[in-house]
Design a protein around this ligand. Structure first.
Ligand SMILES: [Fe+2]
Length: 207
């Protein structure tokens, strides 16, 4: 049996709607650049970094900074995976928003005192995020809690025990073309797009 050095590469997942499907809440111009530019860039970046790791393993890399390589790999891999959740967490305008149902609603009601209170605290978490990053809702398979998470930049590890149920991208590239520096207006608009069925399906896999 021969030993090989080879990592499987990532592919950009399909956008689950047309680029203008989220208007007026998020413009087609933003989605085009965000998906075809930024997300694709993270996929390419992760794959390029895995190429680099292959070269290192083969002894073909002349000089390298291992921590730099791993930081690149983490940034791009997480960027790819977080965006893959973000797109599917939204539904075309008119088909998203409202309130959650299913087991997600049950957990929100039993742990957060109802959807209205949950929305207030999740909004507070979103709007208080300093700089660049994400706000997420995840399910802790150990404590059985539905919990809030803040993610700086892309630097979150996707532990299998902490699956993300709902996430919002708060990088400037997610809103600046349309909302300029009014991030809060983008975050308020985002609630109209939430695909609660998708969030409930993500949670249900772990219950
Ligand atoms: Fe993004």
């Amino acid at each position: 049996m021969t030993s090989e050095v080879s990592f499987k590469k990532y592919e950009l997942p399909p956008l689950p709607y047309k680029v203008d499907a989220l208007e007026p809440y998020i413009s087609s111009g933003i989605i085009d650049v965000h998906y075809n530019g930024h997300h694709k860039g993270y996929v390419n970046g992760a794959n390029t970094t895995m190429d680099k790791l292959e070269k290192i393993l083969k002894g073909e890399a002349a000089g390298y900074d291992m921590q730099g390589v791993l930081k690149n790999l983490t940034f791009n891999t997480n960027g790819h995976k977080l965006h893959s959740i973000y797109w599917y967490n939204m539904a075309p305008a008119g088909k998203g928003g409202g309130k959650p149902g299913g087991k997600l609603a049950d957990l929100i009601n039993s742990q957060y005192g109802g959807f209205d209170k949950f929305k207030v605290i999740f909004t507070e978490a979103q709007k208080s995020l300093p700089g660049t990053g994400w706000t997420a809702l995840y399910y802790d398979t150990e404590s059985k809690n539905l919990m809030l998470m803040t993610i700086e930049n892309h630097f979150n590890n996707h532990f299998a025990e902490l699956p993300i149920v709902l996430i919002v991208d708060e990088f400037e590239h997610a809103y600046y073309l349309q909302y300029k520096n009014n991030r809060n207006a983008y975050l308020d608009a985002w609630w109209n797009l939430v695909n609660w069925d998708d969030a409930d399906k993500r949670l249900s896999k772990y219950l």
